[in-house]
Ligand binder design. Sequence first.
Ligand code: E4P
Length: 217
Amino acid sequence: MNFFLDTAHIDEIKKAQKWNLIDGVTTNPSLVAQTNYSHKELILEICNLLKDKPVSAEVLSVSSEKIYKEAKELAKIHPSVVVKIPLIAEGLKAVKKLHAENIATNVTLCFSPNQALLAAKAGATYISVFVGRLDDIGHEGCEIASQCHKLMKEYQYKSQILGASIRHSKHIFTLAQAGIPISTLPFKVFNQLIQHPLTDIGLKKFLEDAKKSKHLP
Ligand code: E4P
């Protein structure tokens, strides 16, 4: 499974980069609004940090023509930019045009398999299924992401389902079991994946025992 980091915070990206386990970054307008950067500056800085890994930058327009123009501008920032476009009819119209021009897209705010089918048909590179927000309204977010993924395989669409709106590590395990190719995680959840109290207790004991031994340095 590929792990993207769902953040606009440079410090979080730098920390996660040190572990060398990050395959991309996704941002959204709410995340960008938490920073003091202009959108363009921020995306450029993230792309430079991530080298050739995909960085999703979201459009704010809602009409197909404006989305298309905005997408072209965002794509000019850096070759790693993936343009994030909302899953609305006007958005999919723009996705189709961008796909024809080989511009990568991340169709966002996907909440159903039918929506995912349409995004795939339009030529989306990634389709972000918002697992946590589905859970919030009493649906099974991971199950819906899994249904979307099965449809991609069934119809041999190239679009990749991206598990988004991740709230905790159990989401990741469930999505991984369903074979979801990518998940985008907040830094907090990424940290949760790595940690286990028994690992810490076990390591402490090994090191204490090693200090007591004459046979270990
Ligand atoms: C997806 O790419 C979004 O940036 C994100 O996962 C939304 O998550 P939230 O529901 O925690 O805002």
